[in-house]
Design a protein around this ligand. Structure first.
Ligand code: FAD
Ligand code: FES
Ligand code: FES
Length: 471
């Protein structure tokens, strides 16, 4: 296998299917500018850019990106940025120096690459800068000078981000040039054939959950079947009655897809992981991982979505998201089955809805409690209503007791308080380092109160509307 980094071809022969891109860069390509901090996607020190032909480069965590999944793409590391501006520095690097954005320097290549990703897409403004670096930690400089560098980077002579010379055609590499034991099929027929041939294969999509088993628990899966190049799984089909989203569609694409359809979802997605995680993590991986605090399942529950499941033998079946989770990290997927797509009925998407995520940190943190609510109102009469929570039980769940209180009633203060009481009493969540059970219950009620009031009043009430306890 060969890999193109900063326009130069590197030999990757003999790499294991579990090899990460970061390990390859540092130990085989001799490119040690990219750092390893946490090896779990949390610190951003390992950030590099990936680009296919004609695409804007996107930032990813190379520590949890498998080498085989980037074959055929251009990899740009911090060493490549300097070269892209001839003898000078890339504007991001110049701005970081001039703004004193670095002290010990360990985090600096990661910040530079995240800002270079923003620069490549032309993103401007404080929100965009914060969004680009939310997945990067700095222990000594502090963020103010780094934010300032983000503001000033456009004031330098422009530089191309992607090295122009030696870049490959950028075709996704599907076959023989991958590490031995690494399969990256291009369509569902080939995926099913790979799964039949290798029934014990390790299935991976973006790898933002799965690759942690390699970096934290030293798993060495072999063979690996990577679904991120399967055309059908990467497709979005906007039919009349439903929006069908392929399982391998990453969050960054969902952000664009739902820009007008669901501002509440886009606002939540901005807080799902970091830019690097959203550039890799997929909808199918979020569902199939089976986590009770995964952020998408409650939203899909509130939208009555259906999971399309396919098997190695070609058989297909549909399962409502409501019946997809069996227990803690357990789903209805049988051996050889995978999530092919998710279908969201158009009618659900047009229902007014709210999605509130509560976490200890605003950015790049997993949920303590997540509420997704969708509700039809005719005057103050409630019609169809769905209420779903993450973080309140062993699986993402619908709150049928709350739905019962609201259905066919009047959305007055009394009903809202009854619904909030039902939300607080319906579940027995766990106590853990993230939150006590009592806090989760209080917050479930508080988030629900804000969502119901907002939908009744037809406006955003802001975070002040989250009163901790009902009267
Ligand atoms: C730093 C960090 C922050 C994160 N923040 C959040 C967050 O805020 N909210 C959140 O919900 N999650 C978060 N995650 C978890 C993770 O990013 C998401 O769950 C993501 O959607 C997983 O998708 P993936 O494509 O990376 O899955 P992978 O890691 O590739 O796979 C996860 C699991 O699902 C299986 N799988 C993947 N796709 C399929 C499929 N189509 N069919 C069957 N099985 C499949 C894999 O075999 C594996 O067992 C975070 C992770 C990290 C590292
Ligand atoms: S090393 Fe920390 S995110 Fe990769
Ligand atoms: S400069 Fe030291 S960690 Fe950021």
């Amino acid at each position: 296998m060969q890999l193109t980094v900063n326009g130069e071809t590197h030999d990757a022969t003999g790499c294991a299917p579990s090899q990460t891109l970061l390990r390859f860069l540092r130990t085989r390509a001799g490119l040690c500018g990219t750092k390893e901090g946490c090896a779990s996607g949390d610190c951003g020190a390992c950030t590099v850019l990936l680009a296919r032909q004609g695409e804007v480069p996107r930032s990813v965590n190379s520590c949890i990106t498998l080498l085989g999944s980037v074959a055929g793409e251009r990899v740009i590391t911090v060493e490549g940025l300097a070269g892209s501006d001839g003898p000078g520095r890339h504007p991001v690097q110049a701005a970081m120096v001039d703004c004193h954005g670095s002290q010990c320097g360990f985090c600096t290549p990661g910040f530079v690459m995240s800002l270079a990703g923003l620069y490549a897409e032309g993103g401007r403004g404080d929100d965009a800068i914060r969004g680009a670096i939310a997945g990067n930690l700095c222990r000594c400089t502090g963020y103010r000078p780094i934010l300032e560098a983000g503001r000033r980077m456009y004031g330098y002579p422009p530089a191309p981000v992607v090295p122009e010379s030696g870049a490959p055609a950028g075709e996704v590499n599907h076959g023989e040039a991958l590490p031995a034991g690494y399969y990256r099929p291009r369509d569902e027929a080939a995926l099913q054939a790979a799964l039949r041939e290798h029934p014990d294969a390790w299935l991976v999509a973006g790898g933002t959950d799965a690759v942690l088993e390699i970096t934290q628990q030293y798993a060495a899966p072999d063979p690996v079947v990577d679904i991120t190049a399967v055309a059908e799984l990467c497709a979005v089909d906007d039919a009349n009655d439903a929006l069908r989203i392929g399982a391998a569609v990453p969050y960054s694409m969902l952000e664009r897809l739902f820009e007008t359809e669901s501002p509440p979802l886009v606002a939540m997605l901005e807080r799902l992981g970091s830019r690097q995680i959203r550039n890799r993590g997929t909808l199918g991986g979020n569902l199939a991982g089976g986590s009770p605090i995964a952020d998408m399942p409650p939203v899909l529950l509130a939208w009555d979505a259906t999971v399309e499941i396919a098997g190695a033998d070609g058989r297909r079946r549909d399962v409502a998201v409501d019946g997809f989770h069996r227990g803690y990290r357990e789903t209805v997927l049988e051996a050889g089955e995978y999530v092919a797509a998710v279908r969201i009925p158009r009618a659900s998407l047009t229902r007014p809805h709210r999605i509130f995520k509560l976490s200890k940190r605003f950015e790049d943190d997993i949920s303590t409690v997540l509420l997704a609510l969708s509700l039809d109102l005719a005057g103050d009469r409630v019609g169809e209503v769905r209420v779903a929570f993450g973080g309140m039980a062993a699986t993402p769940v619908r709150a049928s007791a709350v739905e019962g209180v609201l259905t066919a009633g009047t959305l007055d203060d009394r009903t809202i308080e009854r619904a909030c009481t039902a939300a607080a009493e319906a579940f027995t969540p766990i106590d853990d380092v993230r939150a006590s059970a009592a806090y989760r219950r209080a917050m479930a009620a508080a988030l629900l109160r804000r969502a119901l009031r907002e939908l009744r009043e037809g406006r955003d009430l802001g975070i002040d509307a989250v009163e901790p306890l009902h009267a």
